[in-house]
Design a protein around this ligand. Structure first.
Ligand SMILES: Cc1cc2nc3c(=O)[nH]c(=O)nc-3n(C[C@H](O)[C@H](O)[C@H](O)COP(=O)(O)OP(=O)(O)OC[C@H]3O[C@@H](n4cnc5c(N)ncnc54)[C@H](O)[C@@H]3O)c2cc1C
Length: 172
């Protein structure tokens, strides 16, 4: 599987590969060094190197297809990346995932893509995210029942609304 990051140009330009590159001259060739393609033809071209595109590409590659993944950004991962400001690291999006027990989807998808030894850390069941507001904080626990109970403890006057909210969320 090859991965090619574009700077800002259109994908059709990037997909043009060597031809588009050689028209630009030596300076831009240097800048566009990541555009060099390993081969002339691919069985599949995946647009977007987020977790969805990368998963599709990995599954195809695992089955022997020659796959090219293109992304407009210079970092692969889409919303599954981080950025840094001073000493802090921020998740762009994803920070934890569910369905990681052996009988669920994530290990099955990883295994199908040839990954079997990825270390997964369990979430703190009592609170894996803390939402901090000026006058209160809410630690989000694992499990709908515990989540429901904790919200009601914090906002007893809203018990009926919370009940409706949780029921609605469980239908999704
Ligand atoms: C703030 C936030 C928190 C989240 N937290 C969680 C969480 O804790 N757990 C969880 O499971 N999920 C979470 N999610 C959701 C999860 O991050 C996304 O569902 C998932 O990352 C989406 O993956 P994707 O591959 O579908 O899309 P993306 O990650 O968006 O990837 C799309 C990729 O395509 C590229 N692209 C788009 N258009 C083009 C184009 N025209 N040409 C070239 N490249 C293109 C983009 O640059 C990007 O790299 C969160 C999302 C957000 C925003």
């Amino acid at each position: 599987m090859s991965y090619l990051a574009s700077d800002a140009d259109s994908l059709s330009d990037v997909a043009g590969g060597h031809a588009a590159m050689s028209e630009r001259g030596p300076e831009s060739e240097k800048r566009d060094r990541h555009r060099r393609l390993e081969r002339e033809a691919y069985d599949a071209i995946v647009i977007g190197a987020g977790v969805g595109g990368l998963t599709a590409a990995a599954l195809l590659a695992r089955r022997g297809a020659a796959v090219l993944v293109l992304d407009q950004h210079y970092v692969a991962g889409g919303q599954c990346t981080v950025f840094r400001r001073r000493q802090y690291e921020f998740d762009v999006g994803l920070h934890s995932i569910g369905a990681c027990s052996p009988e669920f989807e994530i290990p099955r998808i990883l295994a199908a893509a040839g990954v079997s030894d990825l270390p997964l850390l369990p979430l703190d069941r009592d609170g894996y995210d803390t939402y901090v507001f000026p006058d209160f904080a809410f630690r989000e626990p694992v499990g709908v029942d515990r989540f429901h109970k904790r919200l009601v403890e914090l906002f007893p006057a809203e018990a009926a609304g919370i009940e409706r909210f949780v029921r609605f969320m469980c239908q999704a």
